[in-house]
Design a binder for this molecule. Structure first.
Ligand code: FE2
Length: 337
């Protein structure tokens, strides 16, 4: 009910709510309500702080820019390093110093100045036909001639693939990355496009043998959340966690930041700290078949089946910096044509 009302009356009402009592905070999030609501409830039980939630499918930065200095936003929660860095670049976040956050989140998965923090991880994985004799894989292998006509992948301009290509640049430099993209393109079984789950569909359909897609879609398909068709698609694949030749598995993140003009900064930091507690990490990661960002937290049994995740140690900020170059390389090689 509360969420609905806030949706109708928007920012003005939120401002009123925040001045009425200090023990509230306002969360702007692009994550589905069912992923965060149970956590916000237990946060309230623990701290007495009520979280007013605004779910925004898209347009979060534009909205906060419009609200300006009077924005009621305290915590900004979203997925993909690109979106987090975009918030920082637009000046919509503020630095946070917290020993709790520094201790819980590996250095390469948070902003040096404290402008954003990763809360959960998803890996860019290999989906392979179940009967393939394949237990390990390197991203570099995708361009090898042995996979000619056997690879399925979504658009080279999709943020997930732009981040993977950007990570490739941090490992190998732009020239080698261009050659790699050309090699992957030459190996495609069909035009780059569709979604990550379509890789499983097309492996089932015999169109391709391998493809690149995010880890959590296996969970979403297997659990039946995507419908009975997808439950069939996922049966035809196995998931392998690839690594870079000289590194680990490429991950992307969901994360959060404290808003530049947060009226309830203290409460906002408390929420972030709560979200990296052991209990919250387990629930938050499991809700979408993701990996906790904090070390030592048990993953869901389904995610555990993928094997041990060895996260690539490249700084996410460095990867974010190469996004533009990655996108331009995909354009240059005509990846999507
Ligand atoms: Fe996704």
């Amino acid at each position: 009910m509360r969420t609905k009302l806030l949706g109708l009356f928007g920012a003005a009402m939120l401002v009123q709510a925040t001045t009425a009592t200090a023990e509230e905070l306002n969360l702007y999030t692009t994550r589905e309500p069912k992923l965060v609501e149970p956590l916000l409830e237990s946060f309230k039980t623990d701290t007495g702080i009520t979280v007013n939630t605004i779910f925004l499918k898209d347009g979060m930065p534009e909205r906060i820019e419009q609200e300006g200095a009077a924005s009621p936003a305290d915590v900004l929660m979203t997925v993909d390093i690109g979106n987090l860095v975009d918030l920082v670049d637009r000046g919509l976040t503020q630095p946070v110093q917290s020993e709790v956050l520094s201790a819980a989140i590996p250095e390469n998965l948070r902003d040096k100045e404290g402008n954003w923090f990763a809360l959960s991880l998803r890996a860019r994985a290999l989906y392979a036909a179940k009967d393939l004799d394949l237990t390990s894989f390197q991203y570099e292998d995708l361009a090898k001639p042995e996979w000619k006509g056997k690879v399925c992948i979504r658009s080279g301009q999709h943020p997930y693939n732009v981040a993977l290509t950007a990570a490739y640049i941090t490992h190998h430099g732009a020239d080698e990355t261009k050659a790699w993209l050309e090699g992957v393109k030459a190996n495609l079984a069909r035009k780059a496009g569709g979604g990550d789950r379509d890789v499983a569909r097309d492996i089932m359909g015999g169109i391709c043998d391998i493809g690149i897609a995010n880890t959590y879609y296996v969970g979403l398909m297997r659990s039946g959340a995507g419908g009975p068709e997808q439950e069939e698609w996922v049966k035809s694949i196995k998931l392998v966690l690839p690594t870079f030749e000289n590194g680990g598995t490429q991950v992307n993140v969901s994360g959060a930041a404290v808003a530049k003009n947060a009226p309830n900064k203290e409460q906002a930091v408390k929420l972030l700290e709560y979200l990296v507690s052991d209990a919250a990490q387990k629930i938050y990661a499991e809700a979408n078949f993701e990996y906790p960002v904090k070390a030592g937290i048990e993953v869901s049994p389904l995610v555990g089946e993928f094997g041990e995740l060895k996260v690539d140690s490249t700084d996410l900020t460095a990867i974010a910096r190469e996004r533009k170059a990655a996108s331009e390389l995909a354009e240059q090689v005509g990846f999507d044509n």
